[in-house]
Design a protein around this ligand. Structure first.
Ligand code: NAD
Length: 359
């Protein structure tokens, strides 16, 4: 049976970068006889404009049926005035919850060709290869009760609830342990167990599970220390396991260690390995429509899709290698441009990856 891939550009630069990734997907599909069938749907602001909802039913039907989804990014100032529950970013939270995409995998890899792009000294980051495993459908972003209420004295009070059940911790930790087994064998669980009960339980459950993974070396860090260690000695980390809120912040921090957010892919998986793949960055309204956005994070997201949802590691590797070759050739979009390299537009970068794959 052919496997179905759903492409969603989303908003802003999403349109430009997904167009380049689609060229690459088309080529690997033919080259490796993958038998993938592609279709398209709308999410975020463009879905709101057409259907009045950021994750409309037409998209829900296609998303549930897809084996994997490639998304550009959603959001932009055009929808700033829209009610919160209809905002583009809500579409993203809704699709994650709908498909139960609880495991967010965000690699922070520094390509040797781009070692100078990091704000840290090259020797601290050269060869950096961290994988952050973030719980994506629980914790304080989804916990109830939540809201803004008015107290008896008339003062307003905002409140949210950070909550994790044992089974939620267990299923994300399992992914963390298994990925650590396949990588460097080290898992660092990040929490705030000195202050938050929800993470006392997190630490207890993860520690208990370590018995089943004797080949993985487990360590724990409080989130404040983890944030510090990431800039002091980032190469000490292999896999970092953490909850939704801390993962959101730490993965952006780790992303910036690599110099360009335009290079970083991500995967969000459910227990069936169905996944949504997207670059770590947003819709970059400041550069949308100019043809200068870096499409490599989206192209590398395809590689993760082939690896994690479709079990096509040879095709995945060929994409990674093609990206490496293009960087070796000195091609750079504006965000990673340095003197002595060759400036490329979004489509020139996409075409160069296609050419490298065709070799
Ligand atoms: P952003 O990631 O869109 O942009 C931050 C900066 O990085 C900008 O200067 C942008 O030009 C640059 N940048 C991002 N991607 C790039 C690329 N591929 N190539 C070159 N430069 C790139 O973050 P933001 O400005 O905080 O948010 C813009 C919009 O995106 C907001 O509406 C936000 O809610 C949304 N957003 C969406 C997602 C998502 O869809 N997953 C994630 C983050 C932000």
């Amino acid at each position: 049976m052919p496997r179905s891939i759903l492409l969603m550009t989303g908003d802003g630069i999403g349109v430009e970068i997904v167009a380049e990734a689609a060229k690459v997907l088309d080529l690997v599909n033919r080259k490796f006889s993958l038998g993938l069938e592609m279709s398209e749907a709308k999410l975020g602001g463009q879905a709101y404009d057409e259907y009045g909802a950021p994750y409309p039913e037409a998209t829900q039907v296609k998303a549930r049926a897809a084996d994997a989804i490639l998304l550009g990014a959603v959001g932009g100032p055009k929808w700033d005035g829209v009610e919160r529950h209809l905002r583009p970013e809500q579409g993203l939270l809704d699709i994650r919850a709908d498909l139960d995409l609880f495991a967010n995998l965000r690699p922070a890899i520094l390509y040797p060709q781009l070692a100078d792009a990091s704000s840290l000294k090259p020797e601290l980051v050269a060869g950096l290869d961290i994988l952050i495993v973030r719980e994506l459908t629980g914790g304080i972003y989804f916990g109830e009760p939540r809201g803004i209420r008015t107290l008896e004295n008339g003062e307003r009070q905002g409140f949210n609830t950070d909550v994790y059940s044992e089974s939620e911790i267990r299923r994300i930790a399992k992914i963390g342990f298994e990925l650590a087994q396949k990588r460097g064998g080290r898992l660092c669980s990040v929490d705030k167990a000195n202050v938050l009960e929800v993470t006392v339980l997190w630490r207890e459950v993860v520690t208990e599970m370590a018995k089943d993974y004797p080949d993985v070396e487990l360590s724990h860090l409080y989130v404040d220390n983890a944030a510090m260690q990431l800039v002091v000695e980032p190469k000490q980390f292999d896999v970092i396991l953490t909850g939704n809120l801390f993962g959101d912040i730490l993965s952006d921090e780790a992303a910036m260690l690599t110099g360009s957010i335009g290079m970083l892919p991500s995967a969000s998986l459910n227990t069936d390995r169905q996944g949504m793949y997207e670059p770590c960055h947003g819709s970059a309204p400041d550069i949308a429509g100019q043809g200068i956005a870096n499409p490599l994070a989206t192209i590398l997201s395809l590689s993760m899709m082939l690896r994690y949802s479709l079990a096509e590691s040879e095709a995945a590797q060929s994409i990674d290698q093609a990206v490496g070759r293009v960087l070796d050739q000195g091609l750079r979009t504006a965000d990673i441009y340095t003197e002595g390299t060759t400036r490329a537009s979004t489509s020139e970068m996409g075409d160069a990856v296609v050419a490298a794959l065709s070799e």
